[in-house]
Design a protein around this ligand. Sequence first.
Ligand SMILES: NC(=O)c1ccc[n+]([C@@H]2O[C@H](COP(=O)([O-])OP(=O)(O)OC[C@H]3O[C@@H](n4cnc5c(N)ncnc54)[C@H](O)[C@@H]3O)[C@@H](O)[C@H]2O)c1
Length: 258
Amino acid sequence: MTKEGRLESKVALVTGAGSGIGKETAVRFSAEGAHVVCADLIGDTAVTTATEIGDGAFGIEMDVTNTPSIKAGLDVLIERFGGLDCVINNAGVTIVGAAHEMEEDDWDRELDTNLKSVYLVSKAAWPHLVTRGGGSIASTASIAGIWAIPADAAYCASKAGVIMLTKCMALDGAKAGIRVNCVCPGFIETPMIQGYFADQPDPEASREYATSIHPLGRLGQPRDIADAFVYLSSAESSWVTGTPLVVDGGLVSGIWAG
Ligand SMILES: NC(=O)c1ccc[n+]([C@@H]2O[C@H](COP(=O)([O-])OP(=O)(O)OC[C@H]3O[C@@H](n4cnc5c(N)ncnc54)[C@H](O)[C@@H]3O)[C@@H](O)[C@H]2O)c1
């Protein structure tokens, strides 16, 4: 089946596709002509996303911290579509805390889910991209990988790691035609950020403050990030690799917003 669009007939794997940014990215990729495999730790949510998309998309349970789970998901994808062109490493968690107060298990879970997963999924996908003569990997980093956030040490460290891993993989993939980029979102209205606000002493004040520090005057929407992933996975970005693309309403441009 041939589909038309900026990602015409590309086969894409989107992790964390059961919710928020990953869900919207899967929807946008399909609308741009891609065959989409939606992967999530909570398999039911991935299946729901795929069902809502229709059009041949399918959902699978995948734990991005677990190599056998990743390989099983890729086996299903290859069997179904015969190859892989685009990887979106988006699954992530946030566990707040200062480094000196954080439990080691929480640190490990956050680093494994947000950073080690990018290495594991990209490594497993790599030979499939090489077989196609190249492809694209794009990951969800964060402005938290650029700016430090109080009491968010593991998250910030994990996202800074995603930015540097992106640059390293871009150098190592260039000769094989594998482009590797990441997106650094500001605050995006998803269940993750809603949970973050809910955990603050005054959730509404926290939300208002977060809105006020974005110079463009609003929080981001999942679509803002999904559109960046479409660009980074399409031929329009064919000379772009190793780039952390900041999509943040101007947040990290300076400190005088609000
Ligand atoms: N929302 C924001 O403001 C914001 C800002 C910057 C970066 N991000 C990043 O964007 C990405 C998506 O976040 P979101 O805001 O859409 O959150 P979300 O909580 O709505 O979605 C995250 C998804 O990842 C899945 N997931 C978690 N652990 C997993 C695992 N081990 N294997 C597979 N799937 C797993 C969850 O089940 C969930 O469906 C994350 O990497 C997050 O760190 C979010």
